[in-house]
Ligand binder design. Structure first.
Ligand SMILES: Nc1ncnc2c1ncn2[C@@H]1O[C@H](COP(=O)(O)OP(=O)(O)OP(=O)(O)O)[C@@H](O)[C@H]1O
Length: 216
């Protein structure tokens, strides 16, 4: 499987935020998008997720046979918000996501195993709204585990996490990559991952640094 962005441009209102963005990821690879507030990181992620139209260019996922795969069925999108109902139990929230994002080809973890994987054993019965901000973010990360999807799209995934949880998050992403997954993350904080491509949005124009195969 490959994720390929070609000459992507994104606009908000009258402002062209980025243009000429291109990168290519294969299984086991990650891309980290950096840049100052307002540079367009969230906008780019939403374009990649198919939640916003690109101004030009396109993003596509290709399977082994090179056929295009629907991004909406093969990606997890974790935005700034956790997308959980405060009044529902943690387990009920995760069970909803497990059903809603079930994959025909691969199974995720059980709800209990996912809660354990983010280090919060014992909170399944609590309303999501009872948890601290960092605990809520960790349960939002558990959502990535209860159904298996190859591409993780992560917007500020470590916001509100403490140092120990930062490491836990990096371990989760590393395990996902080792299993053949891909990840694209917008962040202000280093994610503690090695071997990532980086894409810097400057807010004026975009440049790509380092990346094995990234270009802009
Ligand atoms: N719904 C919207 N309508 C109009 N403009 C918007 C909308 N959402 C975002 N913008 C503008 O688009 C620009 C880029 O926003 P975006 O959220 O993509 O930036 P970002 O790089 O993710 O920022 P941050 O680091 O603060 O999260 C900002 O100037 C913002 O005001």
């Amino acid at each position: 499987m490959r994720a390929i962005a070609t000459n992507l441009a994104g606009r908000r209102g009258a402002s062209l935020l980025f243009s000429g963005i291109g990168f290519s990821l294969t299984q086991g690879e990650a891309l980290v998008i950096t840049g100052p507030n307002g540079a367009g990181k969230s906008t780019l992620l939403r374009v990649i997720a198919g939640l916003l139209d690109a101004d030009s260019g396109h993003f596509a996922l290709h399977g082994e046979d090179e056929l295009a795969l629907p991004v909406s069925e093969h990606a997890h999108y974790l935005g700034h918000r956790n997308a959980m109902k405060r009044e529902l139990k943690v387990s009920e929230n995760l069970e909803f996501w497990q059903r809603f994002q079930a994959s025909e080809t691969a199974e995720g973890l059980s709800v209990d195993a996912a809660i354990e994987a983010v280090g919060l054993t014992g909170v399944a019965h609590l309303p999501f709204g009872y948890l601290s901000a960092g605990q809520q973010r960790r349960i939002a990360l558990a959502r990535l585990l209860v159904s298996a999807r190859p591409l993780w799209l992560l917007d500020e995934p470590t916001a509100a996490l403490d140092k120990a949880s930062d490491k836990l998050f990096a371990d989760l992403v590393r395990a996902h990559l080792v299993q053949g997954g891909m990840a694209i993350a917008a962040t202000h904080q280093p994610l503690g991952l090695e071997q990532v491509q980086t894409l810097e949005l400057s807010g004026v124009h975009s440049t790509v640094a380092d990346g094995q195969e990234a270009w802009a």
